[in-house]
Design a protein around this ligand. Structure first.
Ligand SMILES: CC(C)(O)[C@@H](O)C(=O)O
Ligand SMILES: [Mg+2]
Length: 598
């Protein structure tokens, strides 16, 4: 292979680096996404650190889509499919160049899951480190985030001048938007899965300790390659870290935090790549026994920086561990069990180490616009260790005994659907209303804003699933608009599409099978009564089985046009059609399923 070696020399490989593992720095830097805007130089910085340890590292980039910018127009069709594109491109680059290990620099919504899917597929030593959360926006005593800007922007009772103030302050720094939105949910889950170091989900992007985290991850990946390639220690491989027990831990954390509903989709997809048996039935079972220990925006006034001050993800895992709700014998990227890591990193434990105590005091600078990673060193004066009334609660003082997510089943969701109960007012846990049916997000938004949707309605948005959209749009606008018109507690919304982590209210998504795959959500008619009962995990359109099957026969008589929207004019590109052709419904993670013959 003299040719390849010659080219590696031209890439900068030194004589002494031949024969040693090649480590890919899989970066997701882009200037289109504030969560990634600060990642330009970090890749090269890590390359130097890895070289100091004797290995050759080479950087490549993945794409990254900003859901908040893509939202509300046709751009959102591309967001979820970009996850598969990211996974594929990492596989292409790594396999084409026979990469031995990866350090994955992710952050926003689809990048962490896309890279995790690739890590499970490739099963080479891999460590993740995310770009970190954005600081919350500050206006006097008030804290704002992106979702506040969206909701207030459409609220007729909020003046343009007020909206302008919030728009300018809601997203002050680099990093992933500051609430428990999808990016932060995934980066927190990744910490619980064992693929990222403590602090990954919660240290703000601007803090010097975020830079330290990157450096520690670079050190660790060199040790991980040594463990696997020189000592045959397989415990550092992704599939030996992300085991079924680890997936259950990760989902448990999500339920305890009331994370974004997108995590369900992504964990199912990642588990499929890892060939781990993990399904909606597991999520359903967990949601019935895991309490809600932490509420973050949009479900409370707390932001990720407050979770960090309370001890971050390790503190929540430790509370869950004390109650016997997770399996802490799983191994992690540190090469240690979760139990061992919790001993050193749980701020509520006496055994907590000094490094951890300092890390969890990392604070936002609250100094206005700052796009530079690791550029400030503000520290909280004290930690939030109030487990009865603080940001993180112990099991005894849980926000609710039931977790923050629930899987509902019924005649319009035979394979299930998802609701973030942490964001639903308990007064509407049991809700019955009248269906108003729309075949696109746009049509539903119009109806909400022009007053067609009234108190007591159940807004059904169908043909927005993985196949039907295609791309399973994230619909923060209709759910935010319901709040803007003050119907947040008076209406429900049901869709085969999905939501942003910023969504709260009685918003039920991921209805499976989706309308375009023949799901009964396609058979709901305007004026039908719909019942939703969260404690009983039920969702039904109140028409008889005979009537539903009569409607199904009528739909099928349309032949080629059956189970497709009649009144929608939407341009779908070739690229999206290719995804739609293979996309499974949300209960399978919206992954592409190839025909068995291929
Ligand atoms: C733009 C948001 C809030 O990040 C959204 O994309 C999410 O999924 O949470
Ligand atoms: Mg999103």
């Amino acid at each position: 292979m003299a040719g390849a070696r010659s080219l590696w020399r031209a890439n900068g490989v030194k004589e002494e680096q031949f024969g040693k593992p090649i480590i890919a720095i899989v970066n997701s830097f882009t200037q289109f996404v504030p969560g990634h805007v600060h990642l330009h130089e970090i890749g090269q910085h890590l390359k130097k650190r890895i070289a100091e340890r004797g290995c050759f590292a080479a950087e490549f980039n993945t794409i990254a889509i900003d859901d908040g910018i893509a939202m509300g127009h046709a751009g959102m069709l591309y967001s979820l499919p970009s996850r598969e594109l990211i996974a594929d491109s990492v596989e292409y680059m790594c396999n084409a160049h026979t990469v031995d290990a990866m350090i994955c620099i992710s952050n926003c919504d689809k990048i962490t899951p896309g890279m995790l899917m690739a890590a499970m597929r490739l099963n080479i030593p891999t460590i993740f480190v995310s770009g970190g959360p954005m600081e919350a926006g500050v206006d006097g005593e008030k804290r704002y985030d992106l979702v506040d800007a969206m909701v207030m922007g459409a609220d007729r009772e909020v003046s343009d001048a007020e909206v302008d103030v919030v728009e300018r302050c809601a997203c002050p720094t680099c990093g992933s938007c500051s609430g428990m939105f999808t990016a932060n949910s995934m980066n927190s889950l990744n910490e619980a899965l064992g693929m990222a170091l403590p602090g990954n989900g919660t240290i703000v992007a601007t803090h010097a300790n975020r830079m330290n985290l990157f450096e520690r991850a670079a050190e660790r990946i060199v040790d991980m390659t040594d463990a696997w390639y020189n000592r045959e220690d397989a415990s550092v491989l992704p599939r030996n870290i992300a085991t079924r027990a680890a997936f259950l831990n990760s989902m448990t954390l999500d339920i305890a935090m009331g994370g974004s509903t997108n995590t369900v989709l992504h964990l199912l997809a990642i588990a499929k790549e890892a060939e781990v048996d993990f399904s909606m039935a597991d999520i359903d079972a967990l949601s019935r026994r895991i309490p809600n220990l932490c509420k973050v925006a949009p479900s409370s006034h707390y932001h990720m920086e407050d979770v960090n001050r309370a001890g971050g993800i390790m503190a929540i895992l430790a509370e869950l561990d004390r109650a016997g709700m997770i399996d802490s014998s799983v191994s992690r990227v540190e090469g240690k069990t979760l139990k061992t890591i919790l001993e050193g990193w749980d701020v509520a434990a006496e055994s907590c180490n000094e490094e951890a105590r300092k890390l969890y005091l990392s604070a936002p600078a609250q100094n206005g616009r700052n796009l530079v990673m690791g550029s400030q060193q503000s520290m909280y004066e004290s930690a939030d260790l109030d487990r009865a009334d603080g940001c993180i609660r112990d099991v005894e003082h849980a926000y609710s005994k039931d977790g923050g997510l629930a899987v509902l089943y019924g005649n319009i969701a035979l394979d299930g659907c998802i609701v973030k109960t942490a964001g639903v007012d308990p007064s509407i846990f049991d809700f019955q209303g009248t269906a108003k049916v729309y075949s696109s997000q746009e049509a539903a938004c119009e109806a909400i804003l022009d007053g067609t949707v009234k108190a007591g309605d159940v807004v059904i948005i169908r043909y927005e699933g993985p196949k039907g959209g295609p791309g399973m749009q994230e619909m923060l606008y209709p759910t935010s608009y319901l709040k803007s018109v003050h119907l947040g507690k008076e209406c429900a919304l049901i869709t085969d599409g999905r939501f942003s982590g910023g969504t709260s209210g009685l918003s039920i998504g991921h209805v499976s099978p989706e309308a375009a795959a023949g799901g009964a959500i396609a058979l709901v008619q305007e004026g039908d009564a719909v019942e939703i009962n969260i404690p009983k995990r039920k969702i039904n359109v109140l028409v008889s089985d005979e009537e539903l099957s009569r409607r199904r026969t009528e739909e099928l008589e349309k032949g080629r046009d059956a189970f497709s929207p009649v009144d929608r004019d939407r341009h779908v590109s070739q690229a999206l059609k290719a995804y739609a052709m293979f996309a499974a419904s949300a209960d399978k993670g919206a992954v592409r399923i190839l025909p068995e013959s291929i």
